[in-house]
Each structure stands twice: as structure tokens, then as C-alpha cells.
Design a protein around this ligand. Structure first.
Ligand SMILES: Cc1ncc(COP(=O)(O)O)c(C=O)c1O
Length: 313
């Protein structure tokens, strides 16, 4: 889907017109992938609009920047205010929000420390990311996730997404909507842009951070919701074949939200339909973000914009 532009982009403390948010082709990031970023959703509720887990996302951005020794001269409150100010100024909800810190125009050469750090935040409308209304048909990728001593997967860095692109392209070319990567030891890791959950015997399993996954904020939300619903949650290394014999499986992510998997490698998961545990968690998640259930964990940061469209899950 082509990007739908909005009016403003936040840049280093100021709102600038969308078309003026440009960088030079010789910027460090263009050549060496030196960026860290976030993906956040703002949802409409009957009473207004709210950004989902904004402080957690901006804290992760700061963590990613720290890992890559990128100074971000803003407090967490300032980073969160940047997002709220932008969304309110653009007046577009629901929307997807993309903060990005990048190494700009400085010196040529791999060392990034002599190139300035620029921070931008954009927001724009964005709908469903993993397609398949009856559930997603996915594959296990021939590409592995990043080895832990190559690229740190806890940093949400632009360069990591070259690996994700290989996984996603291979999947789509072969007729799947998404690919799941194994880690370098052959254990399940995650999708190209999603964390992975499976259910077997009433227990909810997900892959731990040590299996080269991003520390997903939707993942942590689902774990919280599951525990509250009395579902046992186990974080452990999982063999690939456990997916094939799972009763249920689903992806989580800001873009993917909660997407149930119908099949993996053409093997049906359960009977292919959304199973009861996935449904309970899906409904709980969408109930909260769409304001149909109380925001009991204070996950939504309110933004003052006119809500034009009716709410739908
Ligand atoms: C590689 C990868 N894993 C997992 C996720 C899910 O993380 P979150 O729920 O914080 O969006 C994402 C999306 O940001 C991702 O890109």
C-alpha cells in the first residue's frame, strides 16, 4: 500500500512539512544502515483516540539507540510528547507512527560516530499488515534470524530488516503471506516483523528473547493478558515441528496486531480456524485498544484529535 502522506513530520524538536523531511544521499544511514526506529499504533476509541503503549515504545527506541551508541538528547517524556504533538497536529487517527533516529550527513566511512544523529517522527494511516482474513498461510524460511553475536536483535535497527526483507520476499514469492525464521541453532525465532506464539494442550508458548527475537511490545501485552485470563504462559526454545502439531498459533506485532496462523508449510494448524485461546486474547487486545473494554493497564496515551471514523476491530 503506498504511503499516505500527512501534513507534518517532527524533526529534532520542530514540526516541518512532510515534503521537507529529506536527507542527503551521502548520509551515513543510506550506505551503512545506521538507523533505529519504532512502529506504534494509535487507535480510535468511542471517547477519542489513544496511542498504544507509547512510553514502552519510546523507551525501546532509546534502548536501541544506546546499543548503537547514538546520542538521543531527549528525555522519555520529551520523546512521548513529540509523538502526541505530531498526531494532534496532523489530526489523522487511527494511524501508524514511525519514529526514526538515523546517522545523517557527516563523514564517509563505516564509523558512525562522526555523523550527526537526526530524529524524525512521521504518522500516517495504515491498515492490516499480514493479510488473510481466514488466517495467515505462512512458511518456515530458509533464512535464519540474526545470530546473537552478529546483530543485536533487541535493537530495532534498520539494518536488521535486510534479514527481514529476505524472509518476507521469499515467503511472498512462494505464495505465503509471511515467513517464520529459525535462529542459528535451528529453534523457532520469529516472523520477519512479528513475534510468534503457539498453543498446545491449553498452554501458551512463545520464543524467549535469547532466540534472536525483538522484545515485542505486543508480545508482552499478550503475555500480560494471558496471565490475567489464567492461561499458563511458557517462554522457552521451541522446535520447528511443535508448530506443525500445535492446536493454535498466532503472530503478534504493532503492524500485525494479533494474526492467527491457518497453516505453516501447508500443514493446517488445528482445524485452521482461530482457536479459543487465540480468540480470547485477540478479543481482549482489540477490546482494550478500541476502547470497548477498560484500559486497565493504562496502555493508551490519549491524543486530542477529532475522531471521524467509527471504531471497528
Ligand atoms: C522483527 C520483529 N519482531 C517482532 C515485532 C513485534 O514487536 P512489537 O509488538 O513491539 O511491534 C516486530 C515489530 O516491530 C518486528 O519487526
Amino acid at each position: 500500500m503506498p504511503i499516505q502522506s500527512t501534513q507534518n513530520i517532527w524533526h529534532n524538536g520542530n514540526l516541518i512539512p512532510w515534503d521537507k523531511a529529506q536527507i542527503h544521499v551521502m548520509s551515513h544511514v543510506v550506505h551503512y544502515g545506521s538507523s533505529v526506529f519504532e512502529g506504534i499504533r494509535c487507535y480510535n476509541q468511542p471517547s477519542g483516540a489513544g496511542v498504544f503503549r507509547l512510553p514502552e515504545h519510546m523507551a525501546r527506541l532509546a534502548d536501541s539507540a544506546k546499543i548503537y551508541r547514538m546520542p538521543l538528547p531527549y528525555t522519555l517524556d520529551q520523546l512521548c510528547s513529540a509523538v502526541v504533538d505530531l498526531v494532534e497536529a496532523n489530526g489523522v487517527t487511527p494511524c501508524y507512527i514511525r519514529p526514526i533516529a538515523l546517522r545523517g550527513y557527516g563523514e564517509i566511512g563505516v564509523n558512525p560516530l562522526t555523523s550527526p544523529v537526526d530524529l524524525y517522527v512521521a504518522n500516517f494511516p495504515w491498515g492490516k499488515y499480514v493479510h488473510g482474513n481466514e488466517g495467515a498461510d505462512v512458511c518456515v524460511s530458509s533464512w535464519s534470524r540474526l545470530a546473537p553475536n552478529t546483530m543485536p536483535s533487541l535493537a530495532k535497527a534498520g539494518a536488521n530488516y535486510m534479514n527481514s526483507q529476505l524472509i518476507r520476499m521469499e515467503a511472498e514469492i512462494n505464495g505465503y503471506v509471511e515467513g517464520i525464521a529459525l535462529d542459528v541453532n535451528g529453534y523457532l525465532s520469529e516472523g520477519s516483523g512479528e513475534n510468534l506464539f503457539l498453543v498446545r494442550g491449553g498452554v501458551l508458548y512463545t520464543t524467549p528473547l535469547a532466540n534472536s527475537v525483538l522484545n515485542g511490545i505486543t508480545r508482552s501485552s499478550i503475555i500480560t493478558l494471558a496471565k490475567q485470563l489464567g492461561i499458563e504462559v511458557v517462554e522457552q526454545s521451541l522446535p520447528r515441528e511443535l508448530l506443525y502439531i500445535a492446536d493454535e498459533a498466532f503472530f503478534t506485532g504493532t503492524a500485525a496486531e494479533v494474526t492467527h496462523l491457518r497453516s505453516v508449510d501447508r500443514i493446517l494448524i488445528g482445524d485452521g480456524s482461530m482457536g479459543p485461546i487465540t480468540k480470547a486474547l485477540h478479543d481482549e487486545f482489540f477490546g482494550i485498544v478500541n476502547g470497548l473494554k477498560p484500559d486497565r493497564y493504562n496502555w493508551l496515551t490519549p491524543v486530542k484529535v477529532k475522531v471521524a471514523e467509527p471504531v471497528g476491530a
